[in-house]
Design a protein around this ligand. Structure first.
Ligand code: ADP
Length: 496
């Protein structure tokens, strides 16, 4: 798609947003539990409403998913057939990409430049990746005795429930929905209450692409109502989730209290970005470190939120970083000039400011930002914030802010760098900056995380898995490994 102009964006942003409904069995329905107001973080004003799905609505959605799965219309369709439908869906996402991006920005506050790339752009690519993958996944023949033929089949698991967050709803939604559908499952999706609109549009496009009714259902509403009902369902086979640690823990409890559904959780991080004095280019590393934490106002699960810097270059690096961050414009996310858009909600903004206040009480020093940013639209914004002198015992070191707040800590040598990097309950992502090849590999081995970037931060591709260790969760999104969550192995043991 050609780069959009500001006036194309403004035109779409002025359009009224129709009220969101539930999609159950191919029908758009009101929610039995009423509706939820959607506030735009750009200006704090009501954007539209979404339907609130009751427990009964959720049960109907799960029943529709089960019935569609049992019908075999999708689950037993030849993989090449599902592939054609998912490619059509990717085409439709691309065709509607500007509309989807603008709608998403109005709903969650991500800056439009990032939304275009990370939301429709990435979602279309993810649907294509799994569309292409699924007719190339084979079963196995086990090396058993000659008198036996043991076949290992890969089958869809049945009904998949996906609960997703508000920071990148389309991208993260697609990471779950695309492999689940490609493998032949039926899906019930629960978007975040502050970012449902693009996923409702995706569902509309899925129907248009030919995903049969009941195979992809969407129930909107608050986590404690709609999400809880879905997670407590006795007929969901697999639950996939991206969100906060406390909700992840609840999902495991709900699984234990209901049908022991398998739960795969991606629970964020407190990812260390480790800069050695021998980094190939300190200025480039500082710019990347600023981007690693401040893009999307820090609302990125893999954000490099702990900066560990070798003591000998600490002051120089912090000045370079602060100078770089100060140049990132905070403002209306619908403007093409903006690099740091809105914080998703007032609650989130107040939480971010609370972290900064606690860090200062703990002895941290604010070297940049630290305050709410005032933007002419109103709404919820925050200055990019850098706090130095943060120690492992401080709250800002240990807990995920999910906002534009960077904690900086010096280290003396490689051994201390590894120790500090691993001094966290999380283990999602990390970065290492060094020109020493041996050290780079030692750091990759030493840091416990799902991904370690070297001399860059945050690069990704559908071909590589994303998942956490420790309390960052379990299971992987993306790559062929994601299919493990959405398929069961079945052995056929045949006496010859
Ligand atoms: P965040 O802090 O990113 O908002 P949450 O874990 O609260 O993270 O939200 C992620 C998703 O989990 C959202 O779709 C939200 O509605 C859902 N959610 C929140 N609480 C629950 C719950 N008790 N049961 C099921 N889903 C929930």
């Amino acid at each position: 798609m050609a780069a959009p102009t500001q006036s194309e964006i403004d035109l779409l942003a002025a359009a009224p947003v129709p009220a969101g409904k539930l999609l159950i069995n191919g029908q758009w329905l009101e929610g039995e539990a009423g509706e939820t107001q959607v506030l735009s973080p750009i200006n704090g004003q009501v954007l539209t409403t979404t339907a609130t799905a009751s427990q009964a609505d959720v049960a109907r959605a799960v029943a529709a998913a089960r019935a569609s799965f049992e019908s075999g219309l999708w689950s037993r369709m030849a993989p090449a057939g599902r592939k054609a439908v998912l490619h059509r869906l990717a085409d439709l996402i691309e065709k509607n990409s500007l509309e989807l991006a603008v709608l998403g920005v109005r709903d969650n506050g991500t800056d439009i430049g990032m939304a275009l790339k990370a939301e429709p752009g990435s979602a279309a690519g993810t649907f294509r990746y799994y569309a292409e993958a699924i007719d190339k996944v084979y079963g196995e023949i086990a090396p058993t005795a000659d008198s036996i033929l043991a076949l290992i089949h890969r089958e869809p698991v049945g009904v998949v429930a996906a609960i997703v967050p508000w920071n990148f709803p389309l991208m993260i939604g697609a990471w779950k929905i695309a492999p689940a559908l490609a493998a032949g499952n039926s899906v019930v999706l629960k978007p975040a209450e502050t970012a449902s609109l693009t996923l409702l549009k995706l569902a509309e496009l899925a129907l248009e692409a030919g995903v049969p009714p009941g195979v992809f259902n969407v129930v909107t509403g608050p986590g404690r109502v709609t999400g809880e009902a879905l997670a407590l369902s006795m007929d969901v086979d697999v639950m996939v989730f991206t969100g906060s640690g406390p909700t992840g823990r609840r999902l495991l409890e709900y699984a234990a209290r209901s049908n022991l559904k398998r739960c795969y959780l991606e629970l964020g991080g407190k990812s260390p970005n480790v800069v050695f004095a021998d980094a190939p280019d300190l200025a480039a590393a500082a710019k990347a470190a600023a981007t690693a934490i401040f893009r999307n106002a820090g609302q990125v699960c893999v954000a490099g939120s702990r900066l560990l810097v070798e003591a000998s270059v600490h002051d120089e690096f912090v000045s370079l970083l602060a100078a770089s961050a100060a140049k990132m414009p905070v403002g209306n996310p619908l403007s093409l000039a903006t690099q740091i858009g809105a914080v998703n909600s007032e609650t989130q903004l107040l939480g971010n400011l609370g972290f900064v206040a606690d860090a200062v009480k703990d002895g941290g020093k604010i070297v940049l930002g630290g305050r709410r940013a005032l933007v002419e639209t109103g709404g919820y914004y925050m200055e990019p914030t850098v706090v130095t002198g943060v120690r492992p015992e401080h709250r800002l070191y240990r807990e995920e802010v999910f906002g534009p707040v960077l904690a900086v800590t010096p280290f003396a040598d490689e051994a201390e760098a590894v120790r500090l990097a691993n001094a966290s309950d999380f283990g999602l992502a990390a970065g290492v900056w060094t020109a020493n090849l041996g050290r780079a590999h030692r750091m990759v081995r030493g840091i416990r995380a799902g991904v370690v970037h070297v001399n860059t931060y945050g690069g990704a591709d559908n071909s590589v898995p994303l998942g956490g260790v420790k309390q960052s969760g379990n299971g992987h999104d993306k790559s062929l490994h994601a299919l493990d969550k959405y398929t069961d192995l079945k052995t056929a043991w045949i006496q010859l």
